[in-house]
Design a binder for this molecule. Structure first.
Ligand code: NAP
Length: 351
């Protein structure tokens, strides 16, 4: 691609918006053309407003851009949304109606029957919902969502297992990083030296989004996977990286060795493998007994690979394991960018 596609970032000042700016700087296909945030930030220079939390310097080009209002669509072919939930519900349809493909992190449209909820390695074919969405809503653009950060790691691990053995039921308990709550997130007095066994709406999201992601696309609709999913979600004093302990029962019995072999051998389809953000291996299997750990394993595959360990028999269901995924990269900004790359590769957004 010789000329990069101009893109807008909606909600550019937040945790995910900053990660988008970092990951899109020097992206081979996309060039940041506009940044938006709330009306309180609009009209000011990004570098003067943002409380930059990334560990690499704020790129000069982004620093010098004026923050625009999120409510005025600008017609870019792609808009990356990291908006707050309510703002996303109000604003994303305006951009979709004005012709932008909105790739979003936010939750309001994820479970709408005509909105693709996509992880490229898992269910790229769900993009087939877009014509239905456009016809039903009268949009020339559209909305494509990535899942909640907790669901993403889980679905990536379940997808190849579901294809081979059929996921029947599962139980997942999470240890979720503070960064998943955005800035300023959970009060330090609530989380330092503590565990908070409640994250609003999170368990419902994990249960419902997992079934949609593993569902089948046919005749212009998604038939959700009939798996029974039980989620317990907890906030722990970790900065980045969601750890999840999972017990799973399959329709076809599987041994720990078969599960490990299936995960380690899984490679994306060639079109997905060629996307700039796709890691060589979506899932890495680590045989060491005390892995994965957020501090040691978070950056696997530049934050886009999920690491799995402790695959062993489960006396309650069949198999139990531990997984770790980067919540703001694979679970948020990296996922949105990879979905945008998929839209380009699929010809939905032209180069
Ligand atoms: P955040 O740090 O709170 O940032 C929210 C962004 O939305 C900011 O740019 C903010 O702009 C903007 N905003 C707030 N109210 C607005 C309004 N009324 N109109 C226009 N813009 C408004 O949140 P975050 O953690 O980055 O999350 C962003 C989205 O991604 C959320 O929907 C979240 O649920 C989802 N998500 C987050 C994660 C994660 O790991 N953090 C993972 C997956 C999904 P101002 O700075 O001007 O207020």
């Amino acid at each position: 691609m010789t000329q990069r596609i101009p893109v807008a970032i909606l909600g550019a000042t937040g945790t995910v918006g900053q990660k988008l700016i970092r990951l899109l700087d020097q992206h081979p296909w996309f060039e940041i053309a506009a940044l938006t945030a709330s009306d309180a930030s609009a009209g000011r220079r990004y570098g003067d407003v943002v409380r930059w939390r990334e560990t690499t310097p704020l790129p000069d080009r982004a620093a010098g851009l004026e923050i625009l209002s999120s409510r005025t669509p600008l017609g870019h072919p792609l808009a990356f949304s990291a908006l707050d939930t309510q703002a996303a519900a109000d604003v994303e349809p305006l951009w979709a109606a004005a012709g932008s493909l909105v790739v979003t992190n936010a939750s309001p449209f994820r479970l709408e029957p005509d909105v693709p909820l996509v992880i490229p390695e898992v269910n790229a074919d769900h993009l087939g919902l877009l014509p239905t969405q456009r016809a039903r809503r009268g949009w020339t653009g559209g909305i494509v969502a990535n899942p909640n950060c907790t669901t993403t790691g889980l679905a990536l691990v379940l997808a190849p297992l579901h294809r081979r053995f059929g996921v029947d039921r599962l139980f997942v308990s999470t240890m979720q990083a503070i960064s998943g709550a955005g800035w300023p997130g959970v009060a330090s007095l609530d989380i330092v030296g503590n565990v908070v066994p409640y994250i609003a709406n999170e368990e419902e999201k994990v249960e419902r989004e997992t079934r949609k992601l593993l569902g089948a696309f046919a005749d212009g609709a998604i038939a959700e996977a009939p798996a029974i999913v039980s989620a317990h979600t907890n906030r722990v004093p970790v900065i980045d990286g969601h750890t999840e302990t999972v017990s799973v029962g399959f329709k076809t019995p599987a041994t720990p060795e078969q599960v490990a072999e299936t995960l380690a051998a899984w490679r994306p389809d060639p079109v997905i493998a060629a996307l700039p953000s796709t890691p060589a291996q979506p899932v890495l299997v680590d045989p060491r007994p005390d892995r994965p750990q957020p501090r040691l394993d978070l950056e696997a595959g530049r934050g886009m690979s999920v690491t799995v360990g402790r695959i062993r028999p489960c006396p309650l269901l069949q198999i139990r394991l531990v997984l770790l995924s980067h919540n703001t990269v694979r679970g948020a900004a990296g996922a949105t960018i990879q979905n945008a790359e998929l839209l380009v590769a699929a010809g939905v957004v032209s180069r």
